[in-house]
Design a protein. Structure first.
Length: 353
């Protein structure tokens, strides 16, 4: 046990002395959290809005006032015809037009929304936000709408669980695989294997520091998300940490598996980036809903570990449900962990023999 602890301390010192590694481990989470939390945001703010109406009745005034008082819309012009509003949108002077029909004061009245469809995602966002605001204003036949868990529709609620899944996977899998492959590339792995410590314990000793660093990064992400981005931790903090621990173990197992296949650090880096980085960002549901993807991509998403971790974190952090509601994701992650770990250890033992 003393030799094992000595190996853990040795590996920890190597990591702490490597400034580039420390920069990746701690600077990257902070930068990504700030970018996705503030800069890369899908939140709707100050949409330049044109009001189209032939007469400004009391009910129309109430609607326009409701829009102008919200933080989402900025009323820039009042015009009389939809053609005038369309011209303003075409000339990039407005983002959306709200057309009140002539019979709006009656029960047959209606509202038409005109948005710039060149960016369909933002156009849909504008329409959704406008519908939400207008439905909250007085109507002859009011329609109530309630948004659960994220009433202000903040994009950070969606991004933070995704960033957690991507960062923990990259830190644990990529850094672990590169660390082990570096020993093989330098020829020092053979020296370590003839030491009094069993080969399997050497590999575990190299993974333990990254395990501890992953927990540190996890705590930093949770603190930043709650106190900087105002993302709630509605569910059990213990459940969040336990499921994250399982996910970290899965990522370490995947990193060990990559290290048994790659012969150089560059190869390990490329494999980690191709297998982990792009799929984690694009196919896990972090940025785009899985349900809207083609069937083939949905199948690829179903074999991505971050897909299940992100889904579980959204349930626990945002929705605040109990861990029983995330049991399916937990079982899938546990199964993947067992498979990756068994395959990695078998390949590692085969190489030793």
């Amino acid at each position: 046990m003393k030799e094992f602890i000595a190996f853990v301390i040795k590996e920890g010192r190597h990591i702490l002395r490597d400034k580039r590694t420390m920069l990746i481990l701690f600077a990257m989470p902070i930068v990504l959290m700030l970018l996705f939390g503030f800069a890369i945001s899908t939140d709707v703010r100050n949409v330049r809005t044109v009001v189209v109406t032939s007469k400004m009745s009391y009910l129309t005034q109430q609607k326009v006032l409701q829009l102008s008082q919200s933080e989402y819309f900025s009323i820039i012009r009042h015009v009389h015809t939809p053609a005038e509003a369309e011209q303003l949108i075409r000339s990039q002077k407005a983002d959306m037009a709200i057309v009140f029909s002539n019979e709006f004061d009656s029960r047959q009245g209606s509202i038409q929304l005109i948005t710039d469809g060149a960016d369909p995602n933002m156009a849909q966002q504008y329409a959704n936000y406008a519908s939400l605001v207008l439905q909250n204003a007085p109507l002859h036949n009011p329609i109530t709408m309630q948004l659960l868990y994220n009433p202000q529709m903040k994009s950070s609620y969606n991004f933070v669980p995704g960033i957690m899944g991507m960062l923990l996977m990259l830190i644990c899998a990529m850094m672990t695989s590169i660390s082990i492959v570096k020993e093989k590339e330098r020829g020092t792995m053979e020296i370590l294997l003839v030491s009094p410590v069993r080969p399997l314990l050497i590999i575990i000793a190299k993974a333990v520091p990254y395990l501890l660093l992953a927990f540190t990064v996890l705590i930093c992400i949770l603190l930043m998300s709650h106190f900087v981005l105002n993302v709630p931790l509605a569910g059990s903090l213990l459940a969040i940490i336990l499921i994250s621990s399982l996910y970290i173990l899965l990522a370490l197992s995947l990193g060990l598996l990559i290290s048994t296949m790659a012969k150089t650090q560059l190869a390990a880096l490329i494999v980690s980036a191709v297998i982990l980085l792009m799929p984690s960002a694009l196919l896990s549901g972090m940025m785009f809903p899985v349900e809207s993807m083609p069937k083939i991509l949905q199948c690829l998403s179903a074999i991505m570990p971050p897909t299940y971790y992100i889904a579980a974190m959204r349930k626990l952090m945002i929705m605040g449900v109990s861990v029983e509601n995330a049991i399916q994701e937990v079982l899938v992650l546990a199964g993947m962990t067992a498979i990756f770990l068994l395959v990695a250890l078998k390949k590692f033992n085969t190489r030793l023999e």
